[in-house]
Unconditional design. Structure first.
Ligand code: HEM
Length: 490
């Protein structure tokens, strides 16, 4: 009897799953055929491709369609191909798509669960508004001399590495960690100066293995059921200690430092409508730490790789930077911000290697739109929406010859001619990356000092063509990026 019941239950489950996989077909929305239980994520589950790569492939395959219906395991998800619909999702109809599709519980991960990236509704709105003053251009200008000093130390550090093999992601990580230590906590990170500095150790221990975030991407529901966190539990008390001690030291010694820790600690004193506790202060300082170094070091290492691969770009960039140094004696904040070729190089790297492959939103209220051929399509509340950043950035329709590195695409009138909402390295609209200004600033200043002082070429240890780690939701290169540096005498 029990056996019959089990067979019956499996049969019913199988029937409903089959029915579930008809979801997009029934609505006339094209997409790849799903496989039982894994949907379209099969290659992701066996670690052959990251979810972002799978979405990018579908983006390219269904190039006649504005949207593509796919299945993330058993969940129907909608991939948005059309830039006008990207605008609709991120800006025009933001109230239907205001949440990111990640679930983190405060009990399991008290730090990441407070990050604006995963907050929802009114709580997100309030916290976002509270943290925004920490990233104004005035704040960036104030931080700039610290970033310059760390960039000088970066040059000294690379000089000591010249005859060894240099993996630049690690070098960039040590640089961005020092920046974050200073700009968020007012502390010296010593990550370039000491092999085993406390901050480097903290960074190594910070994130849970990439598998947790991977799970959040392929199946947020399963990740929630398994109580997966993003930041290791053991790290929370270390951050609480660091923040408490630093604030105590400042108070006892009457030190007011205009950094991020000051901004978030003031929120505790001044917030009246939203209770801001010690754990909130710690969580936001730790948020700056986590987001400040990883995405930026990925991007910076890819910029170094691209300029090492493209000597004509490298020479042109060096000319621009040297001229700026020579005309001013140093490299003032405003001058750095006004260098068009440097800006083009950074943007073109963000296009080819966006640190985040794709963005995951969720539709919170039914949304009906009219497609270009006049059909009405209703996106139901609860449907995850994928913005295929990597696919859009590599579409020859918007970026001719998309695999070729051309900083000029982002300069002068070329930039004006780019199709809007096809360049999304930081997202768009009210949820656009909060730390964009800081991320780009620290990369630009570090690059300027490197390019002035060294000639770069790609070392044979770099695996070409670049492949991305399938378990990492960010574009982490398999095998690292290895660069040879040759000192230029100034
Ligand atoms: C160059 C490096 C960076 C890249 C490429 C990057 C990219 C992104 C992307 C794609 C998003 C998601 C946007 C969306 O949901 O539509 C995001 C969100 C966010 N980023 Fe960044 N980021 C970078 C650096 C930083 C830095 C340095 C910080 C802080 C110190 C930061 C803080 C945040 C925060 C708080 C959010 C959540 C915003 C919200 O949902 O309201 N990011 N970032």
């Amino acid at each position: 009897m029990l056996v019959i019941l089990i067979i019956l239950a499996i049969g019913v489950a199988f029937y409903f799953l089959k029915l579930n996989y008809q979801y997009w077909k029934k609505r006339g929305i094209p997409g790849p055929k799903p496989n039982f239980l894994v949907g379209n994520m099969g290659r992701s589950f066996i670690l052959k491709a990251s979810p972002g790569e799978i979405f990018a492939e579908a983006y390219h395959k269904y190039n006649e369609s504005e949207i593509v219906g796919m299945y993330r395991a058993t969940t129907p998800v909608l991939v948005v191909r059309d830039p006008d619909l990207v605008k609709e999702v991120t800006i025009k109809s933001f109230d239907h798509f205001s949440e990111n599709d990640y679930e983190v519980d405060k009990r399991h991960d008290p730090i990441f669960a407070r990050n604006p990236f995963v907050l929802k509704g009114e709580e997100w709105r309030t916290v976002r508004a509270q943290l925004t003053p920490g990233f104004t251009s005035g704040k960036m200008k104030w931080l700039y001399p610290y970033l310059e000093k760390i960039s000088e130390n970066l040059v000294k550090f690379i000089e000591t590495q010249i005859n060894t093999n240099c993996e630049v992601k690690e070098i960039c990580r040590r640089f961005t960690l020092n920046n974050v230590a200073t700009c968020a906590f007012g502390l010296e990170g010593k990550c370039l100066e000491e092999e085993n500095s406390e901050f480097r150790q903290l960074a190594k221990d910070f994130f849970t293995p990439p598998s947790s975030f991977f799970l959040m991407t392929v199946s947020p529901t399963l990740s929630k059921a398994l109580a997966a966190g993003f930041i290791k539990k053991t790290i929370v008390s270390k951050f609480v200690d660091m923040v408490t001690q630093t604030l105590k030291y400042r108070e006892e010694n009457n030190i007011v430092r205009n950094d991020y820790l000051h901004v978030v600690s003031q929120l505790k004193k001044n917030s009246n409508n939203y209770k801001f506790t010690d754990i909130d202060v710690t969580a936001h300082a730790a948020g700056f730490f986590g987001e400040g170094y990883e995405t930026s070091s990925i991007l910076m290492s890819f910029v170094l790789f691209e300029i090492a691969q493209n000597p004509h770009v490298q020479n042109k960039l060096r000319e621009e930077i040297n001229k700026a140094f020579e005309e001013n004696g140093t490299l003032p904040y405003e001058v750095l911000q006004s260098l068009p070729y440097l800006d083009g190089v950074v943007n073109e790297t963000l296009r080819i290697h966006p640190p985040m492959f794709s963005l995951q939103k969720i539709c919170t209220k039914n949304f009906t739109y009219t497609s270009k051929n006049g059909n009405q399509v209703t996106i139901e509340a609860g449907t995850p929406i994928i913005l295929p950043v990597y696919g859009l950035h590599h579409d020859p329709k918007y970026y001719p010859d998309p695999e070729t590195f051309k900083p000029e695409r982002f300069m002068g009138e070329n930039r004006e001619k780019l199709t809007k909402y096809t360049f999304l390295p930081f997202g768009e609209g009210p949820r656009i990356c909060l730390g964009k200004r800081f991320g780009v600033l620290q990369i630009k200043v570090g690059l300027a000092y490197i390019i002035r002082n060294f000639e770069l070429s790609v070392n044979g240890r770099t695996i070409l063509p670049i492949r991305y780690d399938p378990i990492n939701i960010m574009t982490a290169p398999v095998g690292g990026l290895w660069i040879d540096f040759r000192k230029i005498e100034i």
